[in-house]
Design a protein around this ligand. Structure first.
Ligand code: GLN
Length: 290
C-alpha cells in the first residue's frame, strides 16, 4: 500500500529537505509552493486542511516545484506571482522580482503626490513587472502614468499586469532606452520614478545564487560602480519635469550619498531627500527640481 501524504506531513518533510539544501526560508517556501500547487493562494488553507491527503497528481506537481526550488530558482518564478503593495503581480524570467524594499519608494511617492489630480502624470523608467507604477496608479485613482522598459519581454508582463489589475486605461507603455521615449513625446511630468539596475560590476559574482542564476542581468548590472543609470537619469530628467516635480529612485547600499554629490554639481536639482529601508539602509533618493 502506498504511503499517505497529508498536507501537514508533506510540509514537514519539505521544510526539512529545504533546510538541508540551505534555503533561507524553508517553511515559508514549502507553504507558498504547496498553496500554489493546490490552487489556494491563501496559505491559511493549508492549516485548516492539515490532515487532507494529497492526490497523486498534486504530489507529482509539488515534487516538480521542490526540484526547481532546491536548484535555487526563486519561488516567485515557480509560482509566476508575487505580492507587492498588497497587489498580485505576474512575474516571469524577463522581469526582476519586486522586492519589499521597493515598497519604501512607492510609499514615498504616495506621500508626495497625495492630491494627484486629473493632470498629474508620472513616468516609471525600467518598469519591469510594472510593480511601481501600477501600485501608484492603484492607490492614486486620478494619476496617469507612462512606463518605459528596454525589454519587450518585461513590457509584455507589465502590460498584462495593467490589465489584470484593471489599470490599463491610465497607463501607456513604451519600449526604449531610459528617457528616450519620453523626450520624443515631449510631455512634462510631475514625477519620474525608477528602480534602475544598480549592482556594481564587482559585486555581481557575490550575488545569491537565486538572484544571479535566475533574475535578468539587464535589470541588475549597474556598470563599473553601479551608478551608470543614475548618471543618465540625473542628467536627463530635469528637462522632463514640471516646476515642483521630483525624481525618486531606489538605490543600492552606499549609493545615496554618491547621488547627492552628483546632484549638487547639477543646476537642475534642488533639495535632496534620502530615506532608509526597514534594515536602516539608505534606500531611496528623491531629488526635487530646482
Ligand atoms: N535589490 C536588488 C538586489 O539586491 C537589485 C535591484 C536593482 O539592481 N535595481 O538583488
Amino acid at each position: 500500500m502506498s504511503e499517505v501524504w497529508t498536507i501537514g506531513k508533506i510540509l514537514k518533510w519539505t521544510e526539512e529537505y529545504f533546510q538541508k539544501a540551505q534555503l533561507d526560508s524553508p517553511r515559508l517556501d514549502a507553504e507558498v509552493l504547496l498553496a500554489h500547487v493546490l490552487n489556494r493562494p491563501e496559505r491559511i488553507y493549508l492549516y485548516v486542511h492539515f490532515d487532507q491527503p494529497l492526490e497523486q497528481s498534486e504530489l507529482a506537481a509539488y515534487r516538480e516545484c521542490i526540484k526547481r526550488r532546491v536548484q535555487h530558482e526563486p519561488v516567485a518564478y515557480i509560482t509566476g506571482h508575487r505580492d507587492f503593495m498588497g497587489l498580485d503581480f505576474k512575474v516571469t524570467k524577463d522581469t526582476l522580482i519586486p522586492r519589499p524594499d521597493t515598497e519604501i519608494l512607492v510609499e514615498a511617492v504616495l506621500q508626495r503626490l497625495p492630491a494627484a489630480g486629473e493632470n498629474t502624470t508620472l513616468a516609471d523608467i525600467g518598469t519591469g513587472t510594472g510593480a511601481i507604477c501600477l501600485s501608484l496608479l492603484n492607490y492614486l485613482p486620478k494619476l496617469r502614468a507612462m512606463a518605459v522598459d528596454i525589454s519587450p519581454g518585461a513590457l509584455a508582463v507589465a502590460q498584462e499586469n495593467s490589465l489584470s489589475l484593471g489599470l490599463s486605461q491610465r497607463v501607456e507603455f513604451f519600449q526604449g532606452d531610459l528617457l528616450a521615449p519620453l523626450k520624443a513625446k515631449g510631455e512634462l511630468l510631475n514625477a519620474i520614478v525608477s528602480n534602475p539596475p544598480y549592482i556594481p560590476k564587482a559585486d555581481i559574482a557575490a550575488l545569491a545564487a537565486d538572484v544571479k542564476a535566475y533574475e535578468p542581468m539587464g535589470a541588475l548590472d549597474g556598470g563599473e560602480d553601479g551608478l551608470d543609470f543614475y548618471r543618465r537619469l540625473l542628467a536627463e530628467s530635469g528637462d522632463l519635469l514640471k516646476d515642483g516635480g521630483f525624481l525618486a529612485m531606489e538605490v543600492g547600499i552606499h549609493q545615496a550619498c554618491q547621488l547627492d554629490a552628483l546632484a549638487k554639481d547639477m543646476s537642475q536639482w534642488g533639495k535632496c531627500e534620502i530615506l532608509r529601508d526597514l534594515a536602516g539602509i539608505e534606500r531611496v533618493v528623491i531629488l526635487w527640481k530646482a
